[in-house]
Write a protein that binds this ligand. Structure first.
Ligand code: SF4
Length: 560
């Protein structure tokens, strides 16, 4: 939270005139134009989303509006912000180790001249506005010990408590699950409208900031432009297909659990991340595993690869039961089923060139390919994923994120696999890069007749590119069906909430997911679910068919 530095700070939190306006605001770094003649006007109580990719100048523009210094940058044109203004900087900077109560007293006391107890009362009211119940408030804890969602809610509450006329939020709640992020941002937007505060939410196009906003602008090549309409979410036409082949992989009763020491009465505790789950992967299809973080989708993907082997249950690949497989069989399966990991750049060896790493995969998994044919295979595979052949001589540190992702894909394709199990392979990519990488993945699938399993928390994006989907909630499948059915006719409140968040709408779920170690009885969604009734606490819902190939685990899926 940055204290105001403008001279024009009004004592009232509200102003009648437009509290934010710029005319031909231009930011220059030497001769380079960073922001070109931006005209902005934001009325009291209006919420504006300002989106753009990395490096488009969002942060600079917010800092200019906040009146903060911009070293090395020259300003031309006009920028006016009236009344008290606050900037919530990227990452939401609270002192990590200072208890929240002391920080609230400092910030609110600084802005409003209140004593500590009055400041805390004001903070408590603001936490109400952010939907944080009294039982969840931990004023005594430092932010580093708060869950991320509560830390962000506390930061927004601090902003609310100060009562600014203008609140500028740079990448607000970035890193939270979309369902939790959108819930907080919609609450913040509601507060801004009701308190006549001008609110700017700045972030990447894919962050869903347009949903809570009344007005939408984007930054493109230095210009502030109206945000283009969101394209109709139809399946990617080039790759839309619905294979009806045989199952290549099945999982039966798959459970992943881990010892977690002993509880207060000395009892052994276990964390169960995946509960007795069944799965089938059909030849040539794309199956997405959807869920918030902590849903168990990554653990499931790893169990399918036997990295590590499941606690109980079995995985069968092309008729071979992996739980009973000898080393030679497992090695053969590792060649057939290749992983793609979440951080492509981080999963490459920084001390080896790209070519050396791809060659090492061949040496390990395809000893049948003669050494003199390996270089040609490296070149062909790099070309197949859209990389120039000289990428083989580059070091991982020199790769851009999309290039690193493509190298990761090339490495997975080197042994000529039959299936890829991809754990959030697009998580670190920008929206533009993700679109390109989806295209790479689906092209590889179609050309090489691969089956794909892919985990993602981006429900709509995953469903647009997949054939079928499983939705995971705390290690259990709560909905499964064709991607088309789930995209247009999702039945489970959790799936519906993830899709709402992806579209920028306010998700109907309240609160955060419970701890995996203290899951509630019955349905694990019941503390957040708008449809929950008392019976939801009594029995864990099981999957029941609701249409061809479509099943839902919810006691009340058919009630409004
Ligand atoms: S079983 Fe109850 S709590 Fe769970 S999703 Fe259905 S209605 Fe909500």
């Amino acid at each position: 939270m940055t204290p105001p530095t403008h001279a024009a700070t009004a004592p009232s939190p509200h102003t009648a005139a437009a509290p934010v306006s710029t005319q031909a605001l231009t930011l220059l770094a030497g001769d380079r134009v960073l922001i070109d003649r931006a005209d902005l006007r934001l009325d009291a109580g209006q919420v504006l989303s300002l989106t753009g990719g990395a490096g488009t100048g969002k942060t600079l523009l917010l800092r200019a509006l906040a009146g903060l210094p911009l070293p090395g940058v020259t300003l031309a044109g006009q920028a006016r912000t009236d009344g008290r203004r606050l900037l919530i900087a990227q990452g939401g900077r609270l002192a990590p180790q200072r208890p929240l109560a002391l920080q609230a007293a400092d910030v609110i006391g600084h802005h409003l001249g209140l004593d500590a107890s009055a400041a805390l009362r004001r903070m408590a009211d603001a936490l109400d506005r952010m939907g944080v119940p009294p039982a969840a408030r931990r004023f005594d804890l430092p932010p580093e010990r708060l869950p991320d969602s509560l830390r962000w809610a506390a930061l927004f509450a601090l902003g609310i408590a100060v009562g600014p006329a203008v609140l500028l939020a740079d990448a607000p709640a970035a890193g939270l699950d979309p369902t939790v992020r959108l819930r907080l941002l919609h609450r913040l937007a509601e507060w801004a409208r009701s308190s006549a505060t001008a609110l700017i939410l700045a972030g990447r196009p894919e962050d869903g900031l347009d949903g809570p906003a009344d007005a939408r602008l984007c930054l493109h090549e230095g210009r502030v432009l109206p945000t283009p309409p969101i394209p109709d979410p139809l399946p990617a036409p080039d790759h839309a297909h619905h294979p009806a082949g045989a199952a290549v992989m099945t999982a039966h009763g798959l459970t992943m659990s881990f010892p977690m020491g002993t509880g207060p009465t000395g009892e052994a505790r276990r964390l169960t991340a995946v509960h007795s789950l069944d799965l089938e992967l059909v030849d040539g299809e794309t199956l997405v595993l959807l869920g918030e973080s902590g849903s168990g989708k990554a653990m499931l993907a790893r169990a399918l690869l036997h990295l590590p082997a499941p606690s109980t249950g079995r995985v069968v690949w092309m008729g071979r039961d992996l739980t009973k497989a000898d080393d030679a069989t497992l090695r053969r399966v590792r060649r057939d089923v290749q992983p793609l990991f979440p951080d492509p750049a981080g999963s490459l060896d920084p001390a080896m060139t790209v070519g050396a790493q791809l060659t090492a995969v061949l040496e390990s998994l395809r000893p049948d390919i003669p050494a003199d044919r390996r270089p040609q295979r490296v070149v062909e595979t790099l070309r197949a994923v859209g990389l120039p052949t000289d990428t083989a001589t580059r070091w991982p540190a020199s790769l851009r994120p999309l290039e690193a992702a493509r190298v990761g894909l090339a490495r997975a394709l080197m042994p000529d696999p039959r299936a890829l199990v991809c754990d959030e392979p697009l998580a670190t990519l920008s929206a533009e890069d993700r679109a390109e990488f989806w295209d790479d993945l689906l092209t590889a699938r179609d050309r090489r007749h691969l089956s794909l399993i892919l985990t993602t928390e981006r429900a709509e994006e995953g469903l647009r590119h997949a054939d079928r989907a499983l939705v995971l909630l705390m290690g259990r499948v709560v909905e499964r069906g064709s991607a088309d059915d789930l995209l247009h006719h999702a039945r489970h409140p959790y799936t519906q909430a993830m899709l709402s968040a992806a579209r920028g709408d306010r998700p109907a779920l309240e609160g955060d997911p419970p701890s995996a170690l203290r899951q509630p009885d019955g349905c694990t969604l019941r503390q957040r679910c708008p449809k929950a009734r008392s019976f939801c606490a009594q029995a864990v819902p099981t999957l029941e068919p609701v249409g061809p190939g479509h099943a839902v685990a919810c006691h009340y899926w058919d009630t409004p």
